[in-house]
Structure formats: structure tokens, C-alpha cells
Design a protein around this ligand. Structure first.
Ligand SMILES: C[C@H](O)[C@H](O)[C@H]1CNC2=NC(N)=NC(=O)C2=N1
Length: 103
């Protein structure tokens, strides 16, 4: 089922429910960086996010740092615009972050 791109206002309204997530200036994608307590913890969170992304069939650009996990996401099937699927992924990742000690 095609998913429609969200308007700038819709995106801004939905971002209010996702502290820490942003729409970087001039970019059509949601972004968040989590800071973890160790490299191993960050790596474990990446694996968990990958599982969720395969379950949703919706995938971010996922970057593992020394003790950080950075995500940026938009919807390829919607021409690289931001859709509900991006917010669904963001909420699912937010839900697991505390369990990983992510801040
Ligand atoms: C064929 C496969 O179902 C599609 O390419 C999925 C895979 N993961 C995806 N991830 C993202 N971010 N956007 C998509 O449109 C998308 N589509």
C-alpha cells in the first residue's frame, strides 16, 4: 500500500511526541543519535534496531560510533519523503532505547 508523504506541519507536530528526534535543516529525513554506555552496548542496540527494521520492512541509515547509534530515515517508496512509516520506526526505536541504557 503506498504511503503518502507528510506535510512539513504534520512532521513538526509528530516530532513533538519524539524528544531527541529532529528534521535536520534542509533535509527530508528524521534523525536521532543515541549515546550508550559502551561500544558493546551501542552495537547491541544496532542489532536490536536491525531486527525491528526487518520486522517493519522499513530501514534507516544506521551508523555505529564508539558509543553512539545514529539513525536517519525517510521513505524510499515515497520518493525519499517522510511518511508515517518513518514515525512508526522512530517510535519503535524509542520504545527499546531505555532498555539499552540509551540517552
Ligand atoms: C522491497 C522492500 O520491501 C522495500 O524496498 C522497503 C525496504 N525498506 C525500506 N526502507 C525505507 N526507509 N523506505 C522504504 O521505502 C523501504 N522499502
Amino acid at each position: 500500500m503506498p504511503v503518502e508523504p507528510l506535510s512539513q506541519k504534520d512532521i513538526e507536530d509528530r516530532l513533538r511526541e519524539l524528544p531527541g528526534w529532529s528534521l535536520p535543516d534542509g533535509e527530508e529525513r528524521l534523525a536521532r543519535t543515541y549515546r550508550l554506555t559502551s561500544h558493546f552496548a551501542a552495537t547491541a542496540m544496532v542489532i536490536h534496531i536491525a531486527q525491528i527494521q526487518d520486522e517493519l520492512n522499513h530501514h534507516s541509515e544506521l551508523t555505529l560510533g564508539y558509543n553512539t547509534v545514529a539513525l536517519t530515515v525517510n521513505s524510499h517508496d515515497a520518493g525519499g519523503r517522510v511518511t508515517e512509516k518513518d514515525f512508526e520506526l522512530a517510535h519503535r526505536v524509542e520504545a527499546i532505547a531505555p532498555g539499552h541504557g540509551a540517552g
